[in-house]
Ligand binder design. Structure first.
Ligand code: NAD
Ligand code: MN
Length: 498
């Protein structure tokens, strides 16, 4: 029986060792400069490990290794079924090391280990498995030409895929990119966020153990402005898959234009609206999920339901329910199964959240939380926070805070709610709560977002594409559609004698 008690997690954490070197061409290696940076646990402020600080030279080495592997076909020209077998083994290895993978993310960026071991780590295994299983079941096309002409339209891997990922779901964001790109036959160079590089390094080690050949999956930890930029500007990277902020997503589009016109797939920020109508049949469920939608993962979720539009006739009743849930969601040690929320990723993010909260105290009605707290006298923790009667034009309602801060905005009419929901530079996700089927469909039709969840929040699966519209970017992860990012259409036209 696995010991998922507080003591069990603490002793597992104490026994953990960390890989801090870069993983290039099948080997752990120091940065060429010899430089390292500290990987910090935001729940304690303690240093977990020194991690290789990769720069341009290391990115060059990793891209060259990826290119060599791609050209000689050790992975790119395997039969899809053979790549499948290796990636299935990787999924098994993630499952065999589930507690370790969960702990790495929990310690590195503060999420609850209970969530990491039930959501993030199993999700990673599942997504590797799903893409592995898919890859030998996809057929290419024969174009409708005529006798004497055989036109084959096939999807071919691109070459070297650069992936630059954020810290909020470190293992899963690395997986969403790598699983699809590797299944399709590409080589990958992954630059994880500097706040949370540890799980990606362990993932690379497990991939090698599963049989992913040298050079096919490389991890170059380091900072965005150096390692990330070097990947973005690299002349021999064919595709750059990015998840992170809108500002940096725009920079990657520029890097591409300044270099080799590599494909760039940005998946960026959000300010997702949650529309709760008075004809919602189950207000308890709506309140549970509204709270989950903003407090899960400390609100550090790109699709977090951070704007709540509630019909005025139920505003007070609904806000009271939300306040009760906020009070029951207090942060604690991420390793303690009794904790309801973890730590914010680092000092900078914590300060940024608090700036929004402090400004909000003057412009809106603070009804829950609003304070930074410590746990055992340490760490970056913010109370679950709710502002009521927020003006639609207040920064609280417009800007991505990326923390556990909910803005409640009342509405009187359906059209008004839809118009406010759509009045955003973002378009990642939205939720609608109503028992009126026609209203649900009508509102879903009109919301300009990548995913609409009806009577739930954050609907997501391996089978459905995830991504946004407008300045939430246009990349799509998950589902077979994600393979479109990592492949090119190739026409092979054969003339034959009739
Ligand atoms: P970020 O944009 O600061 O960093 C993301 C990555 O980009 C990191 O690896 C970072 O090192 C790198 N980077 C930073 N500056 C760079 C530069 N100048 N050149 C090249 N690379 C650079 O974002 P973050 O704070 O790590 O993550 C939070 C953001 O990610 C939020 O905006 C959130 O909405 C977004 N996000 C989006 C999705 C999605 O699927 N749409 C999913 C998760 C997170
Ligand atoms: Mn960290």
């Amino acid at each position: 029986m696995l010991d998922y008690t507080y003591d069990g997690w603490k002793s597992r954490a104490a026994a953990l060792s960390f890989r801090g070197q870069a993983f290039i061409d099948g080997k752990f290696t120091d940065a060429a400069s010899g430089k390292t940076f500290a990987s910090v646990n935001p729940a304690t402020g303690g240093v977990l490990a020194q991690v290789a600080e990769c720069g341009g030279e290391d990115v060059d080495r990793a891209v060259a290794a990826g290119r060599r592997a791609f050209e000689d076909g050790r992975w790119s020209r395997l039969a899809p079924g053979d790549r499948k077998a290796v990636l299935l083994k990787l999924a098994d290895l993630i499952r065999a090391n589930l507690e370790e993978m969960a702990l790495l993310d929990s310690l590195d960026m503060g999420k609850l280990v209970t969530d990491a071991v039930t959501v993030d780590a199993p999700g990673s295994a599942h997504f590797f498995q799903w893409h592995a299983e898919a890859i030998d079941k996809i057929y290419d096309e024969v174009a409708p030409t005529g006798p004497g002409d055989l036109a084959l339209v096939s999807r071919v891997p691109l070459g070297v895929v650069g992936a630059v990922t954020p810290w909020n779901f470190p293992l899963d964001m690395a997986t969403w990119k790598a699983a699809a790109a590797l299944a399709a036959g590409n080589s990958v160079v992954l630059k994880p966020a500097e706040q949370s590089p540890l799980s990606a390094l362990r993932l690379a080690e497990l991939a090698a153990e599963a049989g992913v050949p040298d050079g096919v999956f490389n991890v170059v930890p380091g900072f965005g402005a150096t390692a990330g930029k070097a990947l973005g500007l690299h002349m021999d990277v064919d595709c750059l898959a990015f998840t992170g902020s809108t500002a940096i997503g725009k920079m990657f589009m520029q890097y591409s234009g300044q270099s080799n016109l590599k494909q760039v797939w940005p998946e960026t920020g959000g300010k997702s609206p949650n529309l709760v109508f008075a004809d919602c049949g189950d207000l308890e469920a709506a309140a549970d999920m509204a709270a989950f939608g903003i407090f899960f993962n400390q609100g550090e979720v790109c699709s977090a339901n951070s704007r709540l539009y509630v019909e005025r006739s139920i505003q007070q009743e609904f806000v009271d329910k939300l306040i009760a849930r906020a009070e029951a969601t207090q942060p604690g040690d991420p390793l303690d199964p009794a904790s309801k929320m973890g730590a914010i990723v680092d000092e900078k993010q914590t300060e940024g959240i608090l700036r929004f909260v402090e400004a909000g105290k003057a412009s809106a009605n603070l009804v829950a939380g609003g304070e930074r707290i410590t746990v055992d006298g340490k760490g970056c923790f913010v109370q679950p926070t709710i502002f009521d009667d927020v003006s639609h034009v207040d920064p609280l309602a417009r800007d991505e805070i990326f923390g556990p801060v909910l803005s409640v905005i009342p509405f009187d009419r359906e059209e008004e709610a839809v118009a406010m929901a759509n009045d955003s530079i973002y378009g990642l996700a939205a939720s609608v709560w109503t028992d009126n089927l026609s209203r649900a469909c009508r509102v879903a039709d009109r919301l300009q977002v990548g995913t609409v969840s009806v009577n739930t929040v954050d609907a997501l699966s391996a089978q459905t594409p995830f991504g946004g519209m407008k300045q939430s970017g246009f990349g799509r992860d998950l589902s077979l559609h994600s393979l479109e990012k990592y492949t090119a259409l190739k026409t092979t036209w054969i003339k034959y004698k009739t």
